[in-house]
Every structure is written in structure tokens, then in C-alpha cells.
Design a binder for this molecule. Structure first.
Ligand code: ZN
Length: 167
């Protein structure tokens, strides 16, 4: 039973969580443990949709597990995001390894993160999908704090934390 002072997570609330994210094998992908909690504005797409859905209605102080399917996480892996490019389109002195990330440009000239999926001789397979695309995300979350957002935060659609205003 919720305490009378508990604040439930709803759209327009600023939520602070500690979290550990693991993949299907239990390998830790990311964690706030040992650092600052993650603070986000609920209902504004600041975190993946499945995590928002899983946390909604829960209260400060609760710990819970949230499993997020790829469709509500970083999307399905789209094979069209894979491209083969010749090794010599990269600088000679670049030590190309699978998993390396660099930024490139998409068709519209927007900056985009690109990953090296494989190095196959003089061919480099690059991947424009998010590195977590196609993965089910397993979050273990402790809700540290829930508060109302300020008007400014709501109009910007993100949290203005104690450390100032970052854009
Ligand atoms: Zn702002």
C-alpha cells in the first residue's frame, strides 16, 4: 500500500532513478550505480517508451524490474542499416575494429552515429542501427525521487538539473 506522501509517476513529473540495464545474457550494458541517478521528464520521450510505460504509476522508494521489447526500446534491427564500404574509404592509420563508433552523415546531412559491425578483409561492414536495436532490455530500477516539473522544464521537454541548463 502506498504511503499518503508517496508521489506516483505520471506525465509531467521529474523522476530520478538508479538503474542497471542488462541484456538477455545478464551482461550489464549500462548502470547508474556508483554515480548520479538518472533524472528525466516523464512522458516526453526522454527515455525509451517501454521504460516509461513500466514506471508509470509507481512511487518514490519502489524498486522494480522492467523488461522492454525491442519495439518499445531501440527498435528492431533493420538489415537495411548495414552497408559494406571499402577499407580504403577510411584513413590508413585508423585501426578499424568491430564495435568502434564514429559519426557520419545520413542522406540529409544530419550527424549520425555509425558502428563497425565487422571487418572482412578489405571490406568494412558499417551499421547505422542503434547498437541496442533488436535487443530486449532488462532494467532494474529504484525510484529515488519524483517531483513536479517546473513550467520551464515542461516547455523545453527536458529536465533542468541541479548542475545547470544543458542543451
Ligand atoms: Zn531547457
Amino acid at each position: 500500500m502506498a504511503s499518503p506522501h508517496a508521489t506516483a509517476i505520471a506525465d509531467g513529473m521529474v523522476v530520478s532513478i538508479h538503474y542497471t540495464l542488462t541484456d538477455d545474457d545478464g551482461t550489464v550494458i549500462d548502470s547508474s550505480s556508483g554515480g548520479e541517478p538518472l533524472e528525466y521528464l516523464h512522458g516526453h520521450g526522454n527515455v525509451v517508451p517501454g521504460l516509461e510505460r513500466g514506471l508509470k504509476g509507481h512511487n518514490e522508494g519502489e524498486s522494480l524490474k522492467v523488461d522492454v521489447a525491442p519495439s518499445e526500446g531501440y527498435g528492431e534491427h533493420d538489415p537495411r542499416g548495414l552497408t559494406r564500404v571499402p577499407r580504403d574509404s577510411f584513413p590508413d592509420d585508423m585501426d578499424l575494429q568491430p564495435g568502434m563508433q564514429f559519426s557520419g552523415e545520413d542522406d540529409q546531412g544530419e550527424e549520425q552515429a555509425i558502428w563497425i559491425a565487422a571487418v572482412e578483409g578489405d571490406q568494412i561492414v558499417i551499421d547505422r542501427n542503434h547498437p541496442l536495436a533488436g535487443q530486449t532490455l532488462h532494467f532494474e530500477v529504484t525510484i529515488q525521487r519524483v517531483r513536479n516539473a517546473t513550467k520551464e522544464e515542461l516547455s523545453h521537454g527536458h529536465v533542468h538539473g541541479a548542475h545547470g541548463h544543458h542543451h
